[in-house]
Design a protein around this ligand. Structure first.
Ligand SMILES: Nc1ncnc2c1ncn2[C@@H]1O[C@H](COP(=O)(O)OP(=O)(O)OP(=O)(O)O)[C@@H](O)[C@H]1O
Ligand SMILES: CC(=O)N[C@H]1[C@@H]2OC[C@@H](O2)[C@@H](O)[C@@H]1O[C@H](C)C(=O)O
Length: 392
């Protein structure tokens, strides 16, 4: 089986920048072997981040903005690939395939009286493909959703491929904008994997810090450290219907973004800023704890939780989580195959590789889809250097 050089691209719900990773992948499915050759994060300019947040906000968004941003982000993603290849001293001509998650603009996990269940990730693959002269796999969530799933989370399949069959039950917890978990029961098969979004990650903390201090996030939990948790507020926040909802479930900025933080500030305007940040940080930890207690503990008591995502750098958040789960070892995700920050981007390289091998890659127990499906749309470069991987 010939190795493929695959670039994975990810921009998460925090919209802080583009993670790109250059990988070498051998084989596919259960036989997948992944090697990470280089990794880079390119932060969005302030202007770009502002546009993304505006596009996500139903009160301020517009169709021309989303239309234009789809192309603008396509160029940003293509630039990220070019920059990564320069950084790795690797000719872009040698890249066989790009797997791009895109930027989530809106995610409606369940239909309601107004809107159909749907999800939108943008960053035009034709632009990425044209600019890099390389085929692109993208739009991984929609086929799962077409089959009645939530289109999220998708990383659990890759977690299973790369980290299964350990002698202990391991949970991979990613604390990004949203927190999500993958539980890999010891010696379990794909059907035994439990995975879902647990609720807010850093999203509410980020919004409060932006509002109070004009900074993007609470670096090393410094503001939370100065504040104290207001028990009454925490109790109110924990009374959230998302936590009672049984998995499969997924959530996003629509629920725990700017409006949520604004509601907190309005409701408790007489409270000290650092106390509110501390309370939001404790809320994030407690939401993870509650979901664990209600949906995981009795089924698959975990031995270890490996934490990745930006929240792993917040010692206050991790400290609280450890206090709530004294019997579980909580440690930063570590693997000789990939570092924590590269994990999500690398997962989209693996998903792209699965796509061109026509391997189903969703985990129906995690997304709620009716069946296993091949994920992703394929955009070949259709110019002179036409390299179509599918079917030959
Ligand atoms: N040193 C740090 N101290 C505290 N928080 C940090 C630190 N570094 C990063 N973070 C937090 O991590 C966030 C970014 O995390 P990450 O890049 O994992 O999110 P994401 O990939 O956008 O989210 P998601 O996985 O939900 O899509 C920042 O917005 C910030 O809140
Ligand atoms: C719709 C969407 O973009 N969901 C993201 C988001 O960020 C974290 C969590 O919510 C997860 O469900 C998902 O991302 C990861 C990459 C996933 O699909 O596994």
């Amino acid at each position: 089986m010939v190795d493929k050089y695959v670039v994975g691209l990810m921009s998460g719900t925090s919209a802080d920048g583009i993670d790109s990773v250059l990988t070498r992948i051998k084989d596919s499915g259960d036989q997948t072997e992944l090697e990470v050759l280089d990794f880079e994060t390119i932060p969005y300019t302030q202007e770009m981040q502002k546009k993304i947040f505006t596009a996500m906000d139903p009160d301020r968004s517009s169709s021309p903005l989303i239309c234009s941003l789809n192309f603008e982000l396509g160029y940003c993603f293509a630039d990220a690939v070019k920059s990564l290849c320069r950084h790795a001293h690797f000719s872009i001509d040698r890249v066989d395939l790009i797997g791009s998650h895109g930027q989530t603009i809106y995610h409606i996990p369940d239909s309601d009286e107004t809107y159909h269940a749907s999800t939108l990730q943008i960053g035009e693959p034709a632009v990425i493909s044209y600019e890099t002269r390389t085929p692109v796999a993208s739009n991984f969530r929609v086929m799962d959703m077409a089959a009645g799933g939530q289109g999220a989370p998708l990383i659990p399949y890759v977690d299973y491929l790369l980290f299964r069959n350990l002698e202990r039950t391991i949970a991979l917890l990613n604390i990004g904008g949203i927190s999500n978990i993958t539980v890999l029961p010891k010696r379990g098969n794909l059907r035994s994997v439990q995975a879902f979004d647990m609720g807010p990650g850093n999203m509410i903390i980020d919004e409060l810090v932006r509002k109070f201090y004009g900074r993007p996030y609470d670096r090393n939990g410094n503001f939370a450290k100065r504040g104290k948790v207001i028990k009454q507020i925490l109790k109110t926040l924990m009374n959230d219907s998302y936590f009672a909802k049984k998995p499969p479930k997924s959530t996003g900025r629509e629920r725990y973004g700017k409006q949520y933080a604004e509601w907190m500030v309005e409701n408790w305007h007489d409270q000290n800023s650092d106390d509110l940040i501390a309370t939001a940080t404790c809320f994030t930890a407690k939401a993870i704890f509650k979901n664990y207690q209600d949906f995981i503990q009795s089924k698959n008591p975990v031995d270890e939780i490996w934490v990745s995502g930006g929240g792993s750098h917040n010692p206050v958040l991790i400290g609280w989580l450890q206090t709530m789960l004294p019997d579980v070892t909580i440690k930063t995700f570590e693997s000789n195959r990939l570092n924590a920050d590269a994990k999500e981007a690398a997962a989209f390289a693996v998903l792209a590789n699965e796509m061109v091998h026509q391997q189903p890659a969703n985990v129906p127990t995690a997304t709620g889809a009716k069946e296993q499906l091949i994920l992703g749309n394929y955009t070949p470069f259709t110019g002179m250097k036409n390299r179509i991987l599918i079917g030959g």
